[in-house]
Design a protein around this ligand. Structure first.
Ligand code: HEM
Length: 422
C-alpha cells in the first residue's frame, strides 16, 4: 500500500510536518485520512473557509481536544462524537461531578453560535487591551528573573528554564492563584498540558491531577464569592452567580486557559528561537533593531505555527475544493499548512522578518479567533526583548531537536543552548 500523504500520528509528522503539508496542498487539498474518517484541509483559502463558517463546520469537535487533556492524551482521542460522550461519562463518574452538569458543560472553544457569543463575552472582560497592556511590567519582571537564573552559567535550556515557566506564571497570576500554590499549579498545568499534547501522563494520573485541580479551584472560587478580587477567577465567579456559567464550567474554563494559553506560548518562544538560530542573518537583524521584534514574532507565528491543526465537524454534507465531506465527519483545518501556502505568502517556506504576514492564521480566524492573542504577543515580545538584550549569539548543544509528540501543537521539548553574553 502507498504511504498515506499525511498520517497525523506518525513520528515523522511530529518531527517535520511541512513536506507532508506541501504534498497535501499539491495533491489532495481535502484529504480523507485513511482509517479515520477525518478530513485534512491544507490550503489557505479552504482553511479560512472552514473557520469562517461555524454553521457548516461546528466547533463541537473541539471537545475532543478538551477531553483528551483529561483522558490521557491524543493517542486515546475519541474517534467520533459518540465516543466523546462515553469518555465524558467516565470522567464525570471518576471525578464525582454531577454527571448531568458535566455532560452539558460548555466551553467557549467548543461552542457554536448562539451560545458562543455570550460565553466569550464573559471571559473577554478579563482580556481587554487595557488589562493586557497593564501586565507588561510584571511580565518583564518575570522574564528578567528567569533569565538571571538561566544565564548564570554558560548554557541553559530555553524551554524548561524560560519558555515554560514564563506563561505558566503569568496565567497563574492572572487567574488569581496564590503565590504559595504556584508550585502545585505548575505541576497540574504540566500534567494537563502533557495530556493534551499526547505525551507522558496516563489516564489515572490525569484524573488524579484533574481532581486536585478541581478541589483547589472550588476552594478559591468559594473565597472569591465572599471576597471578590481583581482577577479572572472573580470574573468567572460573577458569571456563575449570574447563572451564565455552571461551577463545572468555571473549572473547565480554567483548564482551557492552561491548555490554550501555556504550551502555545511556550511553543511560540521555542519555535521563534529555533528560527533565529537557523537563520543567523535574521538573528542579527532583529538583535540589531529591537523594533523589529513584533514583526519577527508574527513571522515566527506564521512560519512555524504553535497550533498546527484543530478540529471541526461537518454539520451536513459539504463540498470543499471538489471533495464532498459527509455530514458528521471530523474536519482538520491545518493552520500551519495554510500559513505555508505560496498562494497566500510568496515563497512561504522562507523565514523573513520583513515580509508581510497579514492574514496569517496562527491565532485562527473568525468568531473563535484566539482570545489570548494580545497576551501571547505581549509575552513573546517581552521574552525576546529581554533575551536578545542579553545574548549576542545562541548555539544549539544538541544536533537533533526533539519535538513534542503531537500533531496538534508544535515546539521543541527542550532546547539546550550555549550563549555568548551581550
Ligand atoms: C502563541 C500563543 C497562542 C496561539 C498560537 C493560540 C492559538 C489559538 C487558536 C488557533 C485558536 C482558535 C481555536 C479555534 O478556531 O477553534 C485559539 C483560541 C483560543 N485561545 Fe489561543 N493561542 C495562543 C495563546 C493563548 C493565550 C495566552 C490564551 C489565554 C490566556 C489563549 C486562549 C484562547 C481561548 C480562550 C481560545 C478560544 C476562543 C473562542 O473559542 O472564542 N490563547 N488560540
Amino acid at each position: 500500500m502507498n504511504e498515506p500523504l499525511y498520517d497525523p500520528l506518525s513520528p515523522d509528522v511530529s518531527r517535520d510536518p511541512y513536506p507532508h503539508y506541501e504534498a497535501l496542498r499539491r495533491e489532495a487539498p481535502v484529504y480523507r485520512i485513511p482509517g479515520s474518517g477525518f478530513y485534512a484541509v491544507s490550503r489557505y483559502e479552504d482553511v479560512a473557509q472552514v473557520l469562517k463558517d461555524p454553521d457548516q463546520f461546528s466547533s463541537n469537535a473541539m471537545r475532543m481536544m478538551m477531553m483528551s487533556s483529561m483522558t490521557g492524551g491524543i493517542q486515546n482521542m475519541p474517534k467520533d462524537i459518540e465516543e466523546i460522550r462515553e469518555q465524558r461519562q467516565q470522567v464525570a463518574e471518576q471525578l464525582s461531578f454531577d454527571p448531568a452538569m458535566f455532560l452539558s458543560a460548555q466551553s467557549v472553544i467548543s461552542s457554536d453560535p448562539p451560545k458562543h457569543g455570550p460565553m466569550r463575552g464573559i471571559v473577554n472582560r478579563g482580556f481587554t487591551p487595557k488589562k493586557i497592556s497593564a501586565l507588561e511590567p510584571r511580565v518583564r519582571e518575570i522574564a528578567r528573573t528567569l533569565l538571571d537564573e538561566a544565564l548564570a552559567g554558560d548554557s541553559f535550556d530555553l524551554v524548561n528554564d524560560y519558555s515554560i515557566p514564563l506563561p505558566v506564571q503569568v496565567i497563574a497570576e492572572l487567574l488569581g492563584v496564590e503565590p504559595e500554590r504556584h508550585g502545585d499549579f505548575k505541576r497540574w498545568s504540566d500534567t494537563v498540558v502533557s495530556g493534551a499534547s499526547g505525551s507522558a501522563a496516563g489516564p489515572a494520573e490525569m484524573i488524579a491531577t484533574f481532581g486536585e485541580f478541581t478541589e483547589y479551584f472550588n476552594e478559591i472560587m468559594e473565597r472569591r464569592r465572599v471576597e471578590p478580587a481583581d482577577d479572572l477567577i472573580s470574573t468567572l465567579v460573577r458569571a456563575e452567580e449570574g447563572d451564565t456559567l455552571t461551577p463545572v464550567e468555571v473549572v473547565m474554563f480554567a483548564v482551557l486557559l492552561l491548555v490554550a494559553g501555556n504550551e502555545t506560548t511556550t511553543n511560540l518562544i521555542g519555535n521563534g528561537t529555533m528560527a533565529l538560530i537557523e537563520h543567523p542573518d535574521q538573528f542579527q537583524k532583529v538583535r540589531g533593531d529591537p523594533n523589529l521584534i513584533p514583526a519577527f514574532v508574527e513571522e515566527a507565528l506564521r512560519y512555524d505555527s504553535p497550533v498546527q491543526v484543530l478540529f471541526r465537524q461537518a454539520t451536513s454534507d459539504v463540498e470543499l475544493a471538489g471533495t464532498t465531506i459527509p455530514k458528521g465527519s471530523v474536519v482538520l483545518p491545518i493552520f500551519a499548512s495554510a500559513n505555508r501556502d505560496d498562494a497566500q505568502f510568496p515563497e512561504a517556506d522562507r523565514f523573513d522578518v520583513s515580509r508581510n504576514t497579514a492574514g496569517h492564521l496562527a491565532f485562527g480566524f473568525g468568531i473563535h479567533f484566539c482570545l489570548g492573542a494580545s497576551l501571547a504577543r505581549l509575552e513573546a515580545r517581552v521574552a525576546f526583548e529581554e533575551l536578545l538584550g542579553r545574548v549576542a549569539r545562541l548555539e544549539r548543544m544538541e544536533q537533533e531537536v526533539d519535538y513534542i509528540d503531537s500533531f496538534l501543537l508544535r515546539g521543541p521539548k527542550r532546547l539546550p543552548l550555549r550563549f555568548e553574553p551581550a
